[in-house]
Design a protein. Structure first.
Ligand code: PLP
Length: 362
């Protein structure tokens, strides 16, 4: 893909992952503006794009206390790029992982989520042996039913155990309201988010009454930040998808623009009303539905299951060789499939950014 800068995007080899640079910057600015001067700040979630250039833009936009990531491999990429305050919003388990974790902690301020004494004790032993300190957030399950201890006493007991361990520092709570991010009605989403987060805030109070300082309650998302980010006692919002967006998330957070798309090309016109594009499930994250064709309301993708093909109906005027942009239903799994973003402004390529965290699942 050498010599792409300045080229028209339709000229690119396909499939290619496109990022609308000005739209991305407006999304980042909008979120940073919301948190400007508020007690709660942003900790943008790297798992959305896995690209350190974007993470740097998010940090530089202000209102950010650090960066969130989902996996240790992402934390390594961020530490390599010089990020100095990293939260792995996930449990890190396994002997080899602990060696790597300690390595990252030697280079940067690191926090990790835990929901069991076994994880905390293993991190403590590894960190203590290496002479580093790792911050721990006790994850509480506020309704999502994924990881996390029940709020209240069980979380308090784990915090009480952590404060006695060497090599780790109890830093607070993680509470992610992931089961509510796609509640369609905004009022209901916000009401239920408030209720769910109260469980974390009550747990915070319980810990503080027990004499355990809680530096941080971390949670939130791109569709609940307006509520979670203004609750007294929530300190950080781990929003991710607001940067790139996808068509499914835009239903819940329409204030952010669609910056991400996959450029594909028509390789066949097998029937008068069908065109076939050169990308399938290996190139577009589709957990929340098939992709949509950008700016083409008549185009339909009734099935999206081939590895390398996408059959589009309702596009009688499409010709072999022409390019089209697909909007994925899930941005985060789409970015994970590519090695670079081709950044564009309108019809022209303006930059190419590596996606260093792509495929870093471990
Ligand atoms: C732990 C955690 N925090 C926050 C988020 C919010 O990300 P988004 O803004 O993309 O919904 C996620 C999304 O998966 C998550 O897993």
């Amino acid at each position: 893909m050498a010599g792409m800068i300045g080229a028209p995007i339709d000229d690119l080899d396909t499939p290619a992952l496109l990022l609308d640079g000005p739209a991305l910057e407006r999304n980042i600015r909008r979120m940073a503006e919301f948190f400007r001067g508020k007690p709660c700040q942003l900790r943008p979630h790297f798992k959305n794009h896995k690209c350190t250039r974007i993470a740097r833009l998010q940090s530089d936009a202000g209102s950010a206390v650090g960066i969130t990531c989902a996996k240790l491999g992402e934390a390594e990429v961020l530490a390599d790029a010089g990020f100095e305050d990293i939260l792995i919003a996930n449990q890190v388990v396994g002997r080899r992982k602990l060696d790597r974790l300690v390595n990252v902690a030697c280079r940067t301020r690191l926090r990790v989520a835990v929901d069991h004494l076994q994880q905390a004790a293993a991190i403590s032993a590894a960190a203590d042996a290496a002479g580093v300190t790792i911050g721990l957030l006790v994850e509480v399950d506020i309704g999502m039913g994924r990881c996390g201890l029940p709020p209240g006493e069980p979380a308090l007991r784990l915090a009480q155990a952590i404060v006695r361990l060497p090599g780790v520092r109890f830093d607070g709570l993680q509470a992610y309201e992931g089961h509510l991010v796609s509640v369609p009605d905004a009022d209901e989403r916000f009401r239920r988010t408030r209720e769910a987060m109260q469980q974390a805030l009550e747990t915070r109070r319980l810990m503080e009454h027990a004499g355990i300082p809680v530096a941080v309650v971390s949670g939130g998302s791109s569709s609940t930040y307006k509520v979670t980010g203004t609750l007294d006692g929530v300190n950080e919002i781990q929003a991710g998808t607001y940067a790139t967006m996808d068509w499914s998330y835009r239903q819940w957070a329409p204030e952010f623009e669609q910056a991400l798309s996959v450029l594909a090309r028509v390789i066949s016109r097998p029937r008068p009303d069908a065109a076939v594009l050169d990308v399938g499930v290996k190139g577009v994250g589709h957990e929340f539905g098939p992709p949509q064709v950008r700016d083409n309301p008549t185009a339909r993708i009734p099935r999206f299951s081939s590895e390398e093909h996408c059959v589009v109906e309702g596009v009688a005027d499409w010709r072999i060789g022409q390019a089209a942009q697909l909007i994925p239903s899930h941005a985060c799994t789409t970015c994970n499939l590519y090695r670079q973003f081709v950044v564009h402004d309108g019809e022209r390529v303006i930059d190419v950014w590596p996606i260093e965290g792509s495929g870093r699942l471990a």
